[in-house]
Design a protein. Structure first.
Length: 123
């Protein structure tokens, strides 16, 4: 592999080297199923461990260690998300509030829409 795929983590470097060797083996046509299996297992294990550590770091960044409640950053992120949901919900309600008048303006179109929805829901 190129130098772009190197890391300061020795375990990750080992996995990247093994994947590089595996790639070369595939290209040469001499495939060892045991080596492939071992390399893929190590790569998958490392990916799962990294994902779990990333999740833990994100959790630690937004919660208080002592209480487990959101810290300021977590609280602001949560409030921002809830405000976006409330805003979206308001827009949806506005659309449904004017829905009856839209149906009254064009009943033929909406009867086709309702028929299509009914057919789709029976599938």
């Amino acid at each position: 592999m190129t130098s772009a795929f190197t890391s300061e983590d020795s375990e990750l470097d080992e996995i990247l080297r093994a994947l590089s060797d595996l790639s070369k083996t595939f290209k040469s046509g001499a495939v060892d199923p045991v080596a492939v299996d071992a390399t893929l297992k190590r790569a998958a294990l490392w990916a799962v461990q990294k994902s779990l550590l990333d999740r833990e770091v994100r959790s630690l960044a937004i919660t208080d260690d002592l209480t487990g409640f959101f810290n300021r950053r977590g609280f602001l992120a949560s409030v921002t998300q809830q405000l976006k949901l409330a805003h979206r919900d308001t827009r949806i309600r506005r659309e449904f509030d004017c829905f009856p008048s839209k149906v009254a303006e064009n009943p033929a179109f909406f009867s086709k829409v309702f028929a299509s929805v009914a057919r789709f829901s029976q599938m």
